[in-house]
Design a protein around this ligand. Structure first.
Ligand code: NAD
Ligand code: UD1
Length: 320
């Protein structure tokens, strides 16, 4: 089967590409390499067609979608603070880019679009663990963009007969998550700091919680979303259903890596969700998906991988 992975050179997208190639799919990747990297596709480069282009470019999206039965739409500017700094730019990608993908999939006669949605859309008002029908109160441009995009995705199912599934990922972690930007995910930043013997910074008191889910589980969720029968505009949380505070994350990573005994603290981030915890019942019932990798196991694997990258790079873990 020919499939498209937008954002396929990124953290989550590249793991998904690996799995799709391994099962024998013909994979097209559309990525502007803004945060994604060619190295992330190194082991499958000869079996993947990489189109370097933007989801904001309708011609590029149309070319990439041509002949694809399934589209995994992962491309986005994934950082909450980045969307606060540059909302017009990020809206064009996260919202406008999604509309372009839907229209291209419709024109190409694709069967299904799987959308990388986000738990950020719940904000802080919903009772926890949060189910998909909870009230939505986005706190950042990122969350607004993901919510608006998800509405488009849902509406394209009954309107145009395109099968769509929105996966609301909670906080994904694992190898290849780029640590070297202030916009990176917290797990990758903490691992990178501790490997260099530096104290990471916790924004706020560290008692905020996240539902961390390993990237291999998120890949399995995507494969399940592509395979289940006839969902019409299905929306599903993808998480473990377990809350971990940042203080606990720091303690776990410190015990694996050593390094400074205490983190630094800085002011809480604007637009930050305080607590995030998923009800994962629907993912189990509708997708047959249950996350398998315990957080501690996923963190230990990530640390092993990061040590290997650092070793190969001569103590400079900037790539990989
Ligand atoms: P990432 O930054 O590693 O991946 C995003 C990819 O999209 C990158 O390869 C980047 O180069 C590409 N991209 C960005 N703008 C583009 C554009 N205009 N055109 C084409 N490609 C573009 O981040 P990730 O963590 O792998 O995120 C993947 C998806 O999952 C995103 O949609 C993100 O919003 C969503 N998500 C991530 C998390 C998480 O915890 N990492 C949680 C919820 C949702
Ligand atoms: C993350 C994802 C977002 C996704 C959302 C779903 C990234 C970059 N962001 O947002 O795409 O939609 O989960 O829930 O992958 N923090 C620190 N120190 C740091 C960095 C962060 O204390 O050095 C804190 C933040 O203030 C926040 C928490 O860690 O409280 C998580 O931050 P971050 O990893 O950026 O993720 P989210 O904002 O939850």
């Amino acid at each position: 089967m020919r499939v498209l992975v937008t954002g396929g050179a990124g953290f989550i997208g590249s793991h998904l590409v690996d799995a799709l190639v391994a099962r024998g799919d013909e994979v097209v990747v559309l990525d502007d390499l803004s945060t994604g990297k060619r190295e992330n596709l190194a082991t499958v480069a000869d079996r993947v067609q990489l189109i370097v282009g933007s989801v904001t470019d309708r011609d590029a999206v149309a070319a990439a979608t041509d002949g694809c039965a399934v589209v995994f739409h992962q491309a986005a500017i994934a950082s909450v603070p980045r969307t606060i700094e540059a909302p017009v730019e990020t809206n064009a990608v996260n919202f406008g880019g999604t509309l372009n993908v839907l229209e291209a999939a419709r024109a190409a006669g694709s069967r299904r679009v799987i959308f990388a949605g986000s738990a950020a859309i719940y904000g802080d008002d919903a009772p926890l663990p949060v189910g998909e029908d909870a009230p939505l109160s986005p706190l950042s441009p990122y969350a607004v963009e993901k919510l608006c995009a998800e509405h488009y995705v849902r509406v394209w199912a009954p309107l145009f007969g395109l099968e769509t599934v929105s996966l609301r990922y909670f906080n994904v972690f694992g190898p290849r998550q780029d640590p070297r930007s202030p916009y990176s995910g917290v797990v990758s930043i903490f691992v990178d700091s501790l490997l260099r013997g530096e104290a990471p910074t916790i924004y706020g008191d560290g008692e905020q919680t996240r539902d961390f889910v390993a990237v291999d589980d998120v890949v399995r969720a995507n494969l399940a979303a592509a395979a289940v029968s006839a969902p019409v505009g299905l929306v599903c949380n993808i998480a473990r259903g377990e809350a971990t505070s940042l203080n606990r994350l720091f303690a776990t990573l410190s015990s694996l890596l050593g390094g400074p005994a205490a983190p630094r603290h800085a002011e809480a981030r604007a637009g930050d969700v305080r607590h995030s915890l998923a009800d994962v019942t629907r993912a189990r019932d509708a997708l047959g998906f249950v996350a398998r990798t315990p957080v501690e196991v996923g963190l230990a694997r990530l640390v092993e991988w990061a040590r290997g990258v650092r070793g190969r790079a001569g103590a400079d873990p900037g790539s990989g």
